[in-house]
Design a protein around this ligand. Structure first.
Ligand code: CMP
Length: 141
């Protein structure tokens, strides 16, 4: 089915000037960019976005990293978009990410891991709504 998923290009990848390369990977895989904006997240924004991880030991470092510079946030649309985006990203820990995945190619560490992508339809819906109003999304399916 055609799905939408939320993608974030994290501060490390924005700083490396690989937004274009990452967009190109999405587009070549049939994932269309249907909404996008750059943002400098506040601590509150990042804590709210990652609220499910609040009790995890890595939460403070994760939030600190996500506010260390601007991020690029986009909605990707396409057939099987959630799974496809996760395949393009590779494993959360870049040391475990397969060759040819974004995290293998651009990430340095489990925190500075280049990209975020929603993990399931319910979280995709919540995460998209966290960053975009319905009017901001230009469906192309
Ligand atoms: P992301 O997909 O953005 O979701 C939560 C983030 O927490 C994850 O990517 C990692 O960047 C970061 N993180 C740091 N340590 C861990 C860990 N041990 N397990 C999972 N995520 C972690």
């Amino acid at each position: 089915a055609v799905e939408r998923t939320l993608s974030i290009i994290k501060p490390d990848a924005v700083a490396k000037d690989v937004i274009g390369e990452i967009y190109s990977r999405f587009e070549k895989a049939g994932l269309k960019i249907v909404a996008a904006r750059m943002a400098q997240l506040s601590r509150e924004d990042a804590e709210g976005f990652y609220a499910v991880h609040k009790e995890r030991p890595f939460f403070n470092d994760l939030v600190g990293f996500m506010i260390s510079g601007p991020v690029m946030v986009q909605v990707l649309e396409g057939e099987d978009a959630i799974r496809k985006n996760r395949e393009i990203m590779g494993a959360t820990n870049p040391k475990e990410a397969a060759a040819g995945t974004l995290r293998h190619d651009y990430a340095e560490s489990i925190d500075a891991n280049a990209v975020h992508g929603s993990d399931a339809p319910e979280t995709a819906k919540q995460e998209i709504e966290y960053f975009f109003k319905a009017d901001d999304i230009c469906s192309r399916s």
